[in-house]
Design a binder for this molecule. Structure first.
Ligand SMILES: Nc1ncnc2c1ncn2[C@@H]1O[C@H](COP(=O)(O)OP(=O)(O)OP(=O)(O)O)[C@@H](O)[C@H]1O
Ligand SMILES: [Mg+2]
Length: 224
């Protein structure tokens, strides 16, 4: 079970004496196994919101609960455990480690959070097979196409079996054909593995794929 509850969330950035308000009195409840598509203008705070949920950024006030855990109150140790076990992150850029093979890139987060090496290899291999790249296990990122790299980045987010996937414009950097492929794959994986998905996109064609379509505007969310 993986749900997200946000209450009276405020986020502002201080620039000198100026206070720049990004999110103000935002409330949100996402139930387990729900697919949420989040849109909004550039600069509206979508990435900020995802970063707050994953604990990568600190809220100004309010509360964020993931799996009934108060993310905003976690200390540094619990935070990194929370992030590696409960949340899978996918970004516009793949952030694969260039000196590691596809297999190593996918198994690494598992291994780092305490999985045995053999289990990490088995699991990573299975995931890579699921995205059709079983014959690319030993390829380094430079030996993969852009779309293939992103497919590896997608399954890397699943290695620790997180209940929640936060995806920030995962297809923003790909051509149309590869975007379609990654989208199909992401939704298929999320459905097959029973995940909660919060997906940020500028691609309006995607909004129909979710259970809920939210728009972030003037610091608040509206249901479309
Ligand atoms: N560390 C920071 N310090 C100050 N302002 C910031 C910081 N990070 C983001 N901002 C500002 O917060 C606003 C929201 O940024 P954010 O990256 O969340 O937008 P976004 O909705 O993801 O936009 P895009 O669609 O272009 O990715 C922007 O106006 C940005 O300039
Ligand atoms: Mg963004």
């Amino acid at each position: 079970m993986s749900n997200i509850i946000i209450e009276q969330l405020y986020k502002s950035y201080k620039n000198g004496n100026e206070e720049l308000s990004i999110i103000s009195d935002l409330n949100l409840s996402i139930e387990s196994n729900t697919k949420v598509i989040l849109t909004g203008n550039s600069g509206s705070g979508k990435s900020t919101l995802l970063n707050l949920i994953s604990g990568m950024d600190k809220l100004t006030s309010g509360s964020i609960f993931v799996d009934n855990k108060a993310v905003h109150k976690l200390d540094e140790n619990s935070m990194s455990e929370f992030r590696s076990k409960s949340i899978g992150l996918i970004f516009q850029f793949h952030y694969l480690l260039k000196d590691f093979t596809a297999l190593e890139n996918v198994m690494l987060p598992g291994y780092m959070s305490g999985m045995s090496k053999s289990k990490a290899i088995t699991k990573a291999t299975e995931l890579i097979r699921e995205v059709g790249l079983i014959d690319r296990l030993e390829h380094f990122p430079s030996q993969l196409s852009g779309g293939e790299r992103q497919r590896i980045a997608v399954v890397r987010s699943l290695i620790n079996d997180p209940g929640i996937i936060l995806a920030d414009e995962p297809t923003g950097n790909l051509d149309q054909k590869n975007s379609k492929k990654i989208e199909e794959l992401l939704f298929e994986l999320v459905n097959n593995h029973g995940k909660t998905l919060l997906l940020v996109t500028h691609d309006m064609a995607l909004t129909g794929r979710g259970d809920i379509h939210l728009k972030l505007e003037n610091g608040k969310l509206s249901n479309l």
